[in-house]
Design a protein around this ligand. Structure first.
Ligand code: ADP
Ligand code: MG
Length: 294
């Protein structure tokens, strides 16, 4: 069953000359149980797409359904309820409350369950922390944990309402390679339990975890590739993704991937577009904005 279905979805920010076309008539279907990596240069619309799918933002044009239900024009409080019950978010910046310990942070999304006692909520939080290997640190404050551990707590918090869909926007963006591996292994386990996962990454190495890789550029999906778990996706390996936007850590990982895969010369990927950091000129933006308005 399709969990996510976008049909010609566009998102415009701003007005007049300051208009940015963040998503340009994107159509996309994601089936239950897919583990999708989203790649592309900074500013190409990855976060906009994640926020749209996660009901944090609404499309300007186009149709969009989640679990077979039309959600493109939902009222904010209706969207909030669906989001709470079906989607777990993980962000690059962790977003834990610094004055609450790990346990209290994880229990936070349960606050709305007014018929549940705080003791019961903390118990649930504790069992989720155990699942992500953080039970021994449940009374630690975020400041006392490593980046990977903080993100593990954030993952536990995303899971506490038992969502079917996990959206992770650059979940390893602030982590070293050890922290990244920890986070990706956790996401893999969640995937194996039958959940659908979307994650944004600049690191081609992390496409090993995915079953599908979607490449974006200028608000459009320019390539969509099925990939075997355990293998770096061919396009990511070819270096078509934007190197300039990566962190030094990602860069190093990327370089080592290229070295490892150098002998595989036969897998030539036609370069549709050269990697570039150049922003679109205002005129092309306006032209494509006009197209989107049609
Ligand atoms: N709230 C906003 N207001 C105005 N422009 C925005 C807003 N959010 C994103 N944009 C613009 O939309 C484009 C896509 O941004 P984003 O989705 O954040 O890209 P990515 O996550 O791929 O780096 C960029 O040009 C960005 O500047
Ligand atoms: Mg982003």
């Amino acid at each position: 069953m399709a969990v996510i279905e976008l049909k010609d979805v566009s998102k415009l920010y701003g007005f007049g000359d300051a208009t940015t076309l963040a998503l340009d008539e994107v159509s996309l279907t994601i089936e239950e149980g897919e583990f999708v990596a989203i790649m592309g240069p900074s500013g190409c619309g990855k976060s906009t797409l994640m926020n749209m799918i996660g009901l944090l933002d609404r499309p300007t044009h186009g149709n969009f359904s989640l679990g077979g239900r039309k959600v493109s024009r939902l009222k904010p409080n209706r969207a909030a309820k669906i989001r709470r019950d079906t989607i777990g978010f993980i962000f690059q910046s962790f977003n834990l409350l610094p004055r609450l310990n790990a346990l209290e942070n994880v229990a936070l999304p349960l606050t709305y369950r007014t018929n549940m006692s705080q003791t019961k909520r903390l118990k649930m939080a504790s069992s989720i922390l155990e699942r992500v290997g953080m039970q021994e640190r449940e009374y630690f404050m975020p400041g006392q944990l490593s980046g990977g551990q903080v993100q593990s707590v954030a993952i536990a918090r995303a899971l506490v309402n038992n969502p079917k869909l996990i959206i992770a926007d650059e979940p390893t963006g602030n982590l070293d390679s050890q922290g990244s591996r920890l986070v990706m292994e956790l996401l893999s386990e969640i995937h194996k339990m039958g959940n659908t996962i979307l994650f944004v990454t600049h690191n081609p190495e992390l496409t090993r975890y995915a079953t599908r890789v979607i490449y974006m550029h200028d608000g459009q999906i320019i390539q969509d590739e099925k990939t075997a778990i355990g293998q770096v996706a061919a396009t990511a390996r070819s270096g078509m993704y934007n190197v300039a936007t990566m962190t030094e850590e990602d860069d190093l990982a990327g370089v080592s991937v290229m070295m490892k895969t150098k002998p595989h010369k036969e897998t030539k990927i036609p370069r549709k577009r050269k990697p570039t950091t150049k922003k679109r000129s205002p005129t092309t933006k306006q032209n494509s904005a006009k197209r989107a308005k049609k």
